[in-house]
Design a protein around this ligand. Structure first.
Ligand code: AP5
Ligand code: MG
Length: 193
């Protein structure tokens, strides 16, 4: 819990599609006075507003593929550079080794460092069930079976290598993402305390 400290804090929330990153991010940012930077939410906002970036991203997102590293890094960079004190929770970024390296470079230029990378682990059957359920509730256009299958594959191929990347930097802790939202939050708070 923040006690008015103006120190920087950088937390990464990692995990496959449907693991609960967004759900947990909303809880953590309130409790720790962090700002949420979710590249998925930022992209959906661009799509909704019909910006040039949104137009480029829509088809890629609907297919469950990744938007180009350059576009994503530029988007995050401008947000981070605009903060006087960097207290941020990154949800769904970085997602490729190239993005992780660019983030390290940027943070080093800003003289800050990642405090923790938390990996939320959930098995694939549960992930698919959650996303199909969310499709009924929110109607996200990438929550259909074909796209979900591709999102899982893209995660395995391009994002999972980041588990080793952050383990090698001694920053990664995995938590069990099964159980109630409150149970998962409790595990994450234990990691960050
Ligand atoms: P993004 O928006 O990041 O989607 P994602 O990684 O596929 O993850 P989700 O948002 O689907 O799941 P989540 O882990 O946030 O789970 P949630 O809390 O919602 O990315 C979308 C697309 O944008 C990508 O495919 C790509 O095209 C592009 N993109 C984004 N970032 C990018 C990047 N860095 N580089 C390139 N491209 C990028 O929970 C899921 C559901 O489960 C919800 O209904 C929730 O209520 C429920 N739930 C949560 N916790 C629990 C629980 N404990 N028990 C039961 N149900 C639960
Ligand atoms: Mg999300």
């Amino acid at each position: 819990m923040s006690d008015g400290c103006s120190c920087s804090e950088i937390v990464l929330l990692m995990g496959p599609p449907g693991a609960g990153k967004g759900t947990q991010a909303d809880i953590l940012v309130k409790a720790r006075a962090l700002r949420k930077l979710s590249t998925g939410d930022m992209l959906r906002d661009h799509v909704q507003r019909g910006t040039e970036l949104g137009k480029q991203a829509k088809a890629v997102m609907d297919a469950g593929d990744l938007v180009s590293d350059d576009l994503i890094v530029a988007m995050v960079k401008s947000e981070l550079e605009s903060m006087q004190v960097i207290r941020v929770l990154l949800d769904g970024f970085p997602r490729t080794t190239a993005q992780a390296k660019e983030l390290d470079k940027l943070l080093s230029e800003l003289s800050v460092d990642i405090d923790s990378a938390v990996l939320i682990e959930v098995d694939e059957d549960e992930l698919v069930a959650r996303l199909l359920n969310r499709a009924k509730e929110l109607g996200r256009t990438d929550d259909n079976e074909e796209t979900i299958r591709n999102r899982m594959k893209v995660y395995q191929d391009l994002t999972k290598p980041l588990v080793d990347y952050y383990q090698n930097q001694d920053k990664l802790t995995a938590v069990n993402g099964l159980g109630t939202v409150e149970e998962v939050s409790k595990s994450i708070f234990e990691v960050l305390s």
